[in-house]
Every structure is written in C-alpha cells, then in structure tokens.
Design a protein around this ligand. Structure first.
Ligand SMILES: Nc1nc2c(ncn2[C@@H]2O[C@@H]3COP(=O)(O)O[C@H]4[C@@H](O)[C@H](n5cnc6c(=O)[nH]c(N)nc65)O[C@@H]4COP(=O)(O)O[C@H]3[C@H]2O)c(=O)[nH]1
Length: 744
C-alpha cells in the first residue's frame, strides 16, 4: 500500500507532510551523511596513519639497517623474528630466509651453544644482559667478536615472548687490545727497549734497559738518546746511523754504549722510526742487547782462528790474509816485499828424543827471537810444525835491492836461531833453513808466493841446512824432481831396486881388512842413482828406516857368508847408519834380531855414525851405542872433524874408530890446514886408543902422507871403487863363494 502510495506524487507529498516521517527520514539521511563523512575521514586517517606507520617503519628500518650493529629479535624458541640487514649480511642470507630459523642454520656449534645460552639467560632472568659473543660461521672462517646487548620482550600479559638484541662488532678493538697487551709484554722483555719522541728525547724505557744501563727508573726520561752513547765512536759514526734511519726507516748494528757508571759495553742496537698516517715521524723505538759475552767469544774464536795457540803468533790463515793485502798494495804501486819461510833443522829429532814439551818450548823461544829479527811492521807467523814465516813489507821495488834487504833479515834469522837455546836448563843448539821469495816472483798470488817460499826453504835444506836460499825456477824443478823421487823410492823398496856396493878398506901392504857397504839405487828409468841424491830424502821422509833395515840385513847376510871361510872371516863390514835410523825406537831390537837371524858375527860389524847424530841428543846416542856395543858391535865415527861434536862427548862414546873425512884427504897435500886437521885427528884417535881410517884416498902420495901421520888404514879409489861384493873381493883375490883367487 505504502509503496503504491509512494508511486504517486500526491501520495508522496502527503507522506512528506507527515511530520514524524519527515523528521525520521531527515534524521536518517543526515545520519547516513555523517556516517559517510566519518567513513571518508576515517579512511583518510587510516591512509594517513598507514602512511605514517610505513614511513616510520622505513625510518626505523633505515636506522636499524645502518645502526652499525646487528639487530635481531628472536622468539622464545630462539628463532629469528627479525634481523636487520647487517645481521643478514653476517649470516649470508636474505632477511626473509632468516626469519623463522634459529642460529644452527648460520653458525658453528660452539657459537650456537654460547649464543643460545645467553638468550636463555635473558628469558630466565627477564633482564637485560650485556655479553661478549664470539661467532664463527657454520662453514668456518674468521671468528668475530661482538658486544651483545640482549633485552627481554614481554607480551601484554607480562610473559616473556622473545629477546631483542643488538650486537656491535668489536673484533678490531679486541685485536688492538691484544696487540697492546702483546706490545706491553714485549716491551717488558729481556731486551733493553726505549721509545723516544721525534726530537730523540726518551719517553719510555723498559726494565731491561734500566738493568742494562744502570739508570734508575725515571732517570732517563726526557734525556736525549745520546746520553747512552759512549765516546768510543765518533760523531761521523752516529751521523751515519741517523742517516740510515732517515733513509731506510731503521738501522741495526753494533754500537759501543755507556752505562751510568761510565762502563763502556758493546751492544747490538736496532733503531726504528715510527711514522703517523700522515707520514710524520712520531717516535723512535730502539732495542739494545748487551753483546759483551758474544764479542768476547768472537774475539776468542778469532784468536783461535787466526793465531797459533802455542806461540801466540799469527797463523797461516792470518798470514795469508795479510799477504793478500800486502801483495795487492804492492801491485797497485806500493812498495816491494818478501816472504821468508823459516824451518828449523832437525826439529823432529829433538821432538822425538827430548819430548814434545821441550819441542814446544823451543818453538816458543824461536817465535820470540824471530820477532826480534825484522822491523816492528813485519809479520812473523807460525805456518805449522817447525815452520815459520816472516812477511817483510816496505822493501824496495827494485828486485836486486829488495833481495839484498830480504837477505839481510834472513841472515839475522840464521844468526839469532843459531845462538844457544836453553831448554829445561839444558843447552841446545839448533839451526834453520830460510827460503826467500820476493813479491816480484809471485805474480800477485799468495799461494804462489807461499809455495815459492817453501820451495826455496827446501832448497836451503838440500844445500846442507843452516843456510838461506832464494826462490828461482831451478829450485822449483829440483823440488819437483825430489817429490817424484820420493814416490819412486817407496816403489823401489817394494820392487827391490836397491843394491849394495862394497868398498875395500885396506892396511899397509894392500891387505884387505874389511869393506864399507854403500847403497845404490838401480832406477828402472834413470839408471844408477847414488846415495847423495836420495839418502837426504829418505831421512826427511822416514823412508830411511825401512831402507836402513834392509841394508843392515843384507850386510849381515854377507858377513855371515864371509864367516864361512878363514880368508874372509876376519874382514869387517862397515854399515852407514843415519841419525834418524839410529834414533828409531826399534833400532837396537831390530839390529839384535838381524844378527841373531843371519848368524853374523857382531864383532865384524861396524856401524858408521855421523857426528850430527850426537848434536841434538848426545846422551841418548851414548846410551844406545853402549847398549849395542855390549853385544860386540863396533862403532866408527864417520866424517869426523866436519861437525860440531864436542870432545867431551867424544870421550864418552863407546867408539872403536875415527874416520878422517874425505874432504880433508882430498887436498891434504896442498892444503896445510887440511893436513893439520888430519894429523890432529890421528893423534886424537891414538890418544883415545881408537883406530883411525882415512877415506877418499885416491893417490899413493895421500896414502903415504896419512901413513906418516900415523894413519895406517885407508879406503878410496886408490884401492878400489865401490863395487858388487864379488868384484870387490876378486880385486883381493878373494871370493864370497869361498874360492880363493890368487893374484899374480
Ligand atoms: N871422490 C872420492 N869419493 C870416494 C872415494 N872413495 C869412496 N868415495 C865415495 O865416498 C863416499 C864414502 O861414503 P861416506 O863418507 O860414508 O858417505 C856416504 C854415506 O854418508 C851415505 N851413504 C852411502 N851408503 C849409505 C847407506 O847404506 N846408508 C846410509 N845411511 N848412508 C849411506 O852417502 C854418502 C855418499 O855415498 P857414495 O855416493 O857411495 O860415496 C861414497 C864413496 O863412493 C875416493 O877415493 N874419492
């Protein structure tokens, strides 16, 4: 009905005219309008608010993402509800991939345990905590240290619903702390250390430096670094040090420093510059180590390495160094020079007979004397054993003049070492051989000079010792030959290349009374070699011992053969025994064995000794001779009159015979002096009840004169040259085969 009414306008007016309806509708309309307006306003407000919240959120996010810390929220199961970008970066995932997961997805077990334990502490205590957490990513990597602040989150009922945290990376800080701690520990190390400002004033010193320098705490602060320096080094040295520091940033080296009390000590010092980022010098850091002990040890080592312990003289090494420098100077226009190689004669014998202590004493005294022979600037060195060297510098550049200067010094050496030595209260005579090599001979080479000095010294020895000799090429050749000969000689002993010749010894009427055995060497290439060319080498090398033993045995075999026939039975056989052979420890024993084994009659054996044998150890020689004599073997003193033997010893020797050396016999007819010596020897022999024999008798006149003097036994070419035994015997109509050959 109403609808129908409303359909017609009239009815509608009618209705409008109804006041309650009219107002009711109006009110409804208004209400709807207000509602609409309200909704519009509300929506706008919501939009505004939403925008505001979004903006705030963005701001917050921007702030949190750039907070310089990791920010996170976790629920009570420790699952992440929120992480800022920094935290996401650390975990290496997008934020969305982190939310809902717990730490096990991102960190290693130890980290997870520690971090979650802290979270649970917050849940339990409901309080904010501040802890240091070290995290290591799940797949390893550098640990990082965080200072974490964790705050509990509550819901509206006041129950804990999670934890909010922010962690600041303090890894660098901790490292710096550690470095500082380390630096502080190092600073207080055993090494003296100081820090100075750019003005080199001391700012800090450590305890070790105080102990080292003797200063009290604080005494050095504000002082200039130069306070620790000593006056041992000059200003130039320090200037160089600081220059190096400026150029290289540091310097290290040895420096003489001074303790508070004024004591100077060597230190190993290191100075380093510290610069700011801007490149300005901010500090100097210096360390120093007392190297007194090391230096003392070094000095000791240097002394051992460069000096001879026995004499205190420079050794071969130091000598070579000096020679090197000296030769180089000389080559670059300096003065000339010379090397003297000095070797004691017969030192080995002294050592063997009187013992090493006495030998050492002699070497010490020789060293002292040598130092007095040259100028102060000359170097005297011990090259080893009984070999010394003198380096004469500042000689003339003229060869002849330099040679004269060197010779003068060498003569002084011969004279000084020729003077009597007193060893253990006993008088001792010695001599030396000096080899001289001039710088001009060496062509700048140290080795060459030393070698040439040596060669010249050997030549001096070969020339009879107690003499000097200059190096020249002939010397070198001779020595080379000598070396080769030595090697050949060893071989010769094995190959039995030595042969014995016999030279007759006769009495008045040409009666054969004996013979002297003379060794020869039948060299496969060089032919016959005579003893003068090899006995010296054999003595020097010790080969004389086996060679001498062979000679003795062969001679005794021959003697035993002679004993088998009345004509040869009375003949004596003289065998030369060299000093070294005679002093050989087993000599007496060996001789007796040979006599026993060959069956030779000791009374027919005559050992010829030389005077030189008595020189160094007369007592020892007398003792041995007495021992041998006791077994019937006789002795003849060879070369009598040429040596230095003292008559007092002569009386004590158990001698049987004196032999007049052929050097007196040679000119006996023309040289009154030689004749006088020969005559004296004969009367001396008679006065001492000794037999006397003259060797080297070549003419009847010589024989006659000797007979006039009272010498009735002779040996020489007049009666026969040394020859094979049969040949020698045949000359006297005898044979070692016991067949008598009669002379016409
Ligand atoms: N001008 C001249 N010379 C004569 C005459 N009669 C003999 N001679 C030589 O004079 C030397 C004498 O021997 P030495 O004085 O014992 O001098 C010997 C001796 O000291 C040593 N020697 C020789 N054989 C041996 C040996 O078997 N053992 C040792 N240790 N030394 C030996 O070698 C030296 C030289 O021996 P050799 O060359 O054989 O020389 C021998 C001999 O050949 C003469 O009338 N006129």
């Amino acid at each position: 009905q109403n609808a129908a009414a409303l359909d017609s306008p009239a009815r509608f007016v009618e209705l409008l005219e109804l006041p309650w309806l009219h107002w009711g509708l109006l009110a409804l309309g208004l209400f709807c309008l207000v509602l609409l307006l309200h909704v519009i306003v509300l929506r706008r407000k919501v939009a505004e608010r939403t925008q505001h919240v979004r903006t705030s959120e963005q701001k917050l996010s921007a702030i949190l993402d750039n907070a310089g810390a990791l920010v996170f929220i976790k629920d009570t199961d420790c699952r992440y509800q929120y992480v800022n970008r920094q935290a996401a970066d650390l975990m290496g995932c997008a934020v969305a991939d982190i939310v809902g997961k717990d730490d096990t997805a991102f960190f290693d077990d130890a980290t997870v345990q520690a971090v979650q334990a802290n979270d649970r502490r917050v849940f339990a205590s409901r309080e904010r905590i501040e802890v240091e957490e070290t995290t290591v990513a799940k797949h390893g990597g550098e640990p990082r240290v965080y200072l974490a602040v964790k705050v509990p989150l509550f819901d509206s009922q006041g129950a804990v619903m999670g934890v909010c945290g922010y962690s600041t990376d303090i890894t660098a800080l901790r490292r710096a702390d550690e470095s500082l701690r380390l630096a502080a520990t190092i600073f207080e190390s055993q090494e003296g250390m100081l820090i100075a400002g750019p003005d080199r004033r001391i700012l800090r010193v450590n305890g070790a430096l105080l102990r080292l320098t003797g200063y009290a705490d604080g005494e050095l602060l504000g002082q200039n670094l130069s306070q620790l320096q000593s006056g041992r080094s000059d200003a130039t040295f320090y200037a160089e040090v600081w220059n190096a520091v400026a150029q290289n940033g540091h310097w290290a080296g040895e420096m003489w420093l001074e303790r508070k009390g004024g004591e100077v000590y060597p230190a190993w010092v290191h100075i380093a510059q510290v610069r700011s980022a801007a490149g300005e010098i901010t500090h100097y850091v210096s360390t120093q180590m007392d190297i007194s002990e090391r230096k003392a040890a070094e000095d000791e080592i240097r002394t051992l390495a460069y000096y001879d312990a026995l004499t205190g003289l420079p050794n071969r090494r130091l000598m070579s160094d000096r020679l090197q420098r000296s030769l180089a100077n000389s080559q670059t226009g300096g003065l000339g020079g010379a090397l003297l190689v000095v070797d004691l004669d017969n030192f080995k014998d002294l050592n063997d007979t009187l013992g090493h202590d006495t030998g050492d004493e002699l070497l010490r005294q020789v060293a002292e004397r040598l130092e007095q022979c040259g100028r102060r600037s000359d170097t005297v060195a011990r090259l080893g054993g009984d070999e010394f060297a003198m380096l004469l510098e500042g000689l003339s550049t003229d060869r002849a003049q330099a040679a004269r200067q060197a010779e003068a010094v060498a003569r002084t050496v011969l004279e000084m070492l020729g003077k009597v030595f007193v060893l253990d209260g006993r008088v001792h005579h010695t001599s030396c051989s000096v080899g001289i090599a001039l710088y001009v001979d060496a062509a700048g080479s140290v080795e060459e000079l030393l070698k040439r000095g040596d060669l010249a010294m050997y030549e001096a020895k070969a020339q009879g010792r107690n003499t000097l000799c200059f190096f020249d090429l002939r010397t070198q050749e001779a020595v080379a030959k000598r070396t080769a000969l030595e090697a050949d000689m060893r071989e010769a002993l094995v190959q039995k290349q030595f042969v014995l010749h016999y030279q007759a010894q006769v009495e008045a009427g040409g009666k054969l009374v004996g013979a002297e055995v003379l060794v020869r060497w039948r060299h496969p290439v060089r032919g016959w070699i005579y003893p003068d060319d090899f006995i010296g080498i054999a003595e020097a090398t010790g080969l004389i011992v086996p060679l001498g033993a062979w000679i003795l045995r062969s001679a005794c075999v021959e003697l035993a053969r002679w004993a088998g026939h009345p004509d040869t039975e009375p003949l004596t056989l003289a065998v030369n025994v060299s000093a070294r052979q005679f002093r050989h420890i087993g000599f007496v024993e060996e001789l007796l064995t040979v006599l026993r084994e060959t069956g030779a009659n000791p009374a027919r054996l005559k050992l010829e000794l030389t005077e030189s044998l008595l020189l160094d150890d007369a007592e020892g020689a007398i003792e041995r001779m007495t021992q041998v004599r006791a077994h019937g073997v006789r002795f003849s003193l060879d070369d009598f009159g040429t040596g230095y033997s003292s008559l007092s010893y002569l009386k004590r020797l158990p001698l049987d015979q004196l032999k007049i050396d052929q050097s007196f016999v040679r000119d006996i007819l023309v040289n009154a002096n030689d004749a006088a010596i020969a005559r004296t020897i004969v009367s001396l022999a008679h006065s001492m009840d000794l037999r006397v024999i003259a060797e080297g008798v070549e003419t009847e006149e010589q024989r006659a004169l000797l007979a006039d003097f009272g010498c009735h036994t002779w040996q020489g070419y007049l009666f026969g040259r040394p020859a094979a035994v049969q040949e020698m015997l045949a000359q006297f109509s005898l044979s070692s085969n016991h067949e008598l050959l009669f002379k016409e």
